[in-house]
Design a protein around this ligand. Structure first.
Ligand code: MV4
Length: 495
């Protein structure tokens, strides 16, 4: 096995990987920017190397610096986590050139899946169902119009280089095509430096359901069930669960077989995810493949008992998968809520800043992946996701009940978070029924409707200090704590 592995990432995912390495008795090497000197991944790794200024373009995205640390530290492999260099084919290729294993798929697999039209062509030849539409890019409005007539309106214009909804437009009829084409193309040009588009039939009120796969370098491939990821806000996932309330065992087997076929078509190795767009009629179509470990991988780990990070490391070392498809069973239900340092009352503006105090949920059925701590800070330079709260239950209802309790326990003072927004989602009647589609937030939670007052962080701190001081004065030594139920919703009592 590798003796030493570098983690080319930060935050909760760096900690997640350090934990796997520790359990495998592999030395962990962290890298950190100026903004991360006091971060937990730096403290918890066996070694840590400074790689530059806070902006990720000058640190976590600098392949040169990371490879030079890899050389100096003498690591056998690099785990890229998610984001940053994780889906950068040339970085993966450079790792190979320098004799360091990239814990992920081959550069070719990353590249083939990165270009959406190319991925659609490969999938079509492999017999994987893709959304009906063009297999080549359309370069003019006229060409787009012809393709749109072929598949029938409504259609979706999408960026070939795309992802994340950028450069995407829903077109309901032919008279709206020309302006949508121009808008989508210029948006794609700005976002990806490539304005080319393709046409797909629009699937109305779709679900986003993705299948986790694991493939080793010896031709063994398994699927680990699906994740329901339909609850998104502006193409950002916020609540995910496994399994999907919509997927039957028969559908799971079909989607799983399709996902394995898709992975084999690009000679995939490592952990990967096939995203499917699922219509209200239950038909599912390949949307794209994520060639990395994903943020929401934990829900799959909770229901399968398989440690995806350890599997990635073993696969990168050349080991064979230690189990077969028939050994994979889905047990119970898991839900993940992503806590972001953002203000739902102010258009979800990121709210970086100094953390004064934090209480993370714990107890039965709770897993929290987070790198925040009581006197830490949320940096404005990076993604504002500060914690993943994951709960497990024997049934979906139990997992939901545990999530409600865990979100209630989650307290943070000093910065604002979307905690209450998440509580509204998880507490919604339609969520309880598992009636989820990609319109859930807009239809059930809304943006402007959300009027729950959020106290200003300074008011929180003042309340915390005041409460602490008054409790010191009032409490007789050894006095029993009373009124426990009364302060369930008054977190400042804790501080
Ligand atoms: C679609 C679609 C409907 N029909 N494609 C959005 C992000 C990108 N990865 C794909 N997306 C969509 N593609 C067709 N042909 C609807 C969406 C979509 C969506 C998909 C998954 C999760 C949330 C979404 C929110 C809005 C639109």
């Amino acid at each position: 096995m590798f003796e030493k592995v570098l983690i080319a990432n930060r935050g909760e995912i760096a900690l997640r990987i350090i934990r796997a390495l520790r359990e495998m008795d592999i030395t962990s090497v962290a890298v950190f920017s100026e903004a991360d000197r006091d971060s937990r991944h730096v403290r918890q790794a066996d070694e840590a190397y400074f790689i530059g200024p806070a902006p990720s373009s000058q640190s976590y995205l600098k392949a040169d610096k990371i490879l030079s640390v890899a050389g100096r530290a003498g690591v056998g492999a690099i785990h890229p986590g998610y984001g940053f260099l994780s889906e950068n084919a040339s970085f993966a290729a450079r790792c190979a050139q320098e004799g360091v294993a990239f814990i992920g798929p081959s550069p070719e697999a990353i590249e083939n899946m990165g270009i959406k039209t190319k991925a659609r062509r490969i999938m079509t030849s492999a017999g994987v169902a893709v959304v009906p539409g063009s297999l080549e890019t359309v370069s003019t409005e006229e060409e787009a119009g012809r393709e749109a007539e072929n598949v029938g309106y409504p259609v979706m214009l999408k960026a070939s280089a795309g992802g994340g909804g950028k450069g995407m437009r829903l077109v309901s009829s032919s008279d709206k095509l020309a302006s949508a084409f121009r808008d989508a193309s210029s948006e794609a040009e700005k976002a990806f430096g490539d304005g080319s588009l393709y046409v797909e039939k629009a699937i109305l009120k779709p679900r986003h359901i993705e299948v986790q796969i694991l493939c080793d370098a010896h031709g063994n491939a398994v699927y680990l069930g699906e994740r329901e990821c339909s609850i998104q806000r502006r193409h950002q996932k916020i609540v995910e669960e496994a399994p999907s309330p919509f997927v039957t065992p028969g559908m799971r087997a079909k989607m799983g077989a399709m996902a394995v076929k898709a992975a084999k078509a690009v000679g995939y190795t490592s952990a990967g995810t096939i995203e499917f767009l699922v219509g209200q009629d239950g038909k599912f179509y390949f949307m794209e493949m994520n060639t990395r470990l994903q943020v929401e991988h934990a829900v799959t780990e909770m229901v399968t008992g398989i440690d995806l990070v350890k599997e990635q490391i073993k696969i990168a070392y050349g080991e064979s998968l230690g189990f077969r498809q028939r050994d994979v069973t889905i047990r119970g239900w898991a839900i993940e809520c992503r806590i972001y340092a953002e203000d739902p009352m102010n258009n979800f503006l990121p709210c970086p800043g100094k953390v004064v105090a934090v209480r993370l949920p714990e107890g039965p059925g709770v897993r929290v992946d987070s790198s925040i701590f009581g006197s830490g800070a949320v940096s404005l330079y990076y993604d504002p996701m500060i914690a993943k709260v994951v709960t497990w239950g024997a049934t979906r209802n139990e997992a939901v009940a545990t999530m409600k309790r865990a979100l209630e326990e989650f307290q943070i003072v000093g910065i604002r978070s979307n905690r209450n927004f998440l509580r509204r989602i998880v507490g919604h009647k339609k969520f309880a029924l598992g009636q989820l589609d990609t319109g859930f937030i807009a239809e059930c939670i809304g943006q402007g409707e959300y009027k729950q007052p959020a106290p200003h962080p300074v008011a929180d701190i003042a309340a915390a200090i005041a409460a602490y001081e008054s409790s010191k004065r009032r409490k007789a030594p050894g006095a029993a704590t009373t009124g426990v139920s009364a302060w369930r919703f008054q977190p400042w009592k804790e501080w």
